[in-house]
Design a protein. Sequence first.
Length: 148
Amino acid sequence: MIIDTIDNLCKYAALNPLFADVVEFLKSHDLKTMEAGKYPIKDKDLFLNLTVAKGKTKEAAVLETHVEMIDIQIPISCAETFGYTPLCDLPDFEYNAEKDITKYGDTLAQTYVTVNPGQMAIFFPQDGHAPCISGEAEIKKAIFKIKN
């Protein structure tokens, strides 16, 4: 997991060649004014899900992991808290290959981090993360899905 400002995303381009494409997309698009929806960037290898999600409590947020994709999550409208537990500390749950997700039921995260607008969280396949923790506030957020 990486927490940093969006301005520093270019510094992580060596981790995955598609990160540079996310940087270029962000230079030419204003996430604040874009409508919610799915935006293909490089077919199935890189796309943006721009969503408005209902905020959850820590107890209601569900930990998840992905095998095929890396997430770059960017809160737009308000701060968002993420739960975090490394995959090696999570129990076995069924993987949904079609949706590339494993959800870990009522397992609570080991730790929490709050990410503000202008910042990002990068979650790799080894990072269990529980998104959308913000109490009752709705969260407009960008989720870039990048082929691992």
